[in-house]
Design a protein around this ligand. Structure first.
Ligand SMILES: CC(C)(COP(=O)(O)OP(=O)(O)OC[C@H]1O[C@@H](n2cnc3c(N)ncnc32)[C@H](O)[C@@H]1OP(=O)(O)O)[C@@H](O)C(=O)NCCC(=O)NCCS
Length: 185
């Protein structure tokens, strides 16, 4: 049961253990916690946005947005981000906390001037939060080929302007997230 003390704020260095705990509890194994630890230290992931949701003083959810790049050799790289991962501790799932974290992130990324937001995720969840399935069909190839039956899981939403007018190309993630192990099921 949620109290009325839910709030969201950007994480600080001293929140690191809370991030690790939330990620491990949500996924039930440590891979995403380690990915967060690596991304928080990855210069090519910056500017990044790391948000924690709290119930009172207890961290219950975490979302991370890191920088991605267009591999079209354009000298003028637009500011683009990817959402990965999103984690809500089991007791707090299905109460709208994930939705709140996505909305808060989208708002802040817009304020930062980010233009597009990508995600590889659940096809019946993210479209409810502004993501358009099959970003590949719109001209944004994923870092690694996505099998045809999962094409809709690679999604994009515009944070600024029309997607049709954006430069297209192969999306490359930051050094840590671009490792192939994060793109295999
Ligand atoms: C997937 C995950 C991030 C979703 O977060 P969440 O906070 O549970 O998601 P939400 O509450 O916003 O939405 C989930 C469902 O709860 C429903 N819901 C939202 N608020 C609700 C409320 N107050 N009461 C009941 N149900 C509610 C939503 O409608 C949604 O259901 P639907 O998909 O059938 O429409 C979370 O379950 C999680 O951390 N899972 C483990 C890790 C993981 O898989 N992460 C995703 C990687 S892509």
């Amino acid at each position: 049961m949620l109290t009325n003390k839910i709030y969201i704020r950007e994480s600080q260095n001293e929140d690191f253990q809370d991030i690790m705990r939330v990620e491990e509890l949500a996924f039930g194994y440590p891979k995403e916690a380690q990915l967060c630890a690596d991304l928080l230290e990855d210069p090519s992931a910056k500017p990044l946005l790391s948000l924690l949701a709290f119930d009172g003083n207890k961290a219950i959810g975490h979302i991370l947005f890191t920088r991605v790049y267009l591999d079209n050799r354009a000298s003028n790289q637009p500011l683009l981000h990817i959402l990965a991962p999103l984690a809500i501790v089991p007791k707090y799932q299905k109460q709208g906390i994930g939705a709140l974290l996505i909305q808060a992130g989208v708002q802040r990324l817009k304020a930062m001037g980010s233009e597009l937001l990508f995600v590889l995720g659940h096809m019946d969840y993210y479209p409810k939060h502004g993501f358009i399935p099959d970003a590949g069909a719109m001209g944004f190839q994923a870092p690694y080929p996505i099998p045809a039956e999962f094409a809709n899981a690679w999604m994009v939403q515009s944070l600024k302007g029309e997607i049709a007018e954006k430069p297209k190309g192969h999306i490359l993630c930051s050094h840590e997230l671009n490792k192939e192990e994060h793109w295999r099921e």
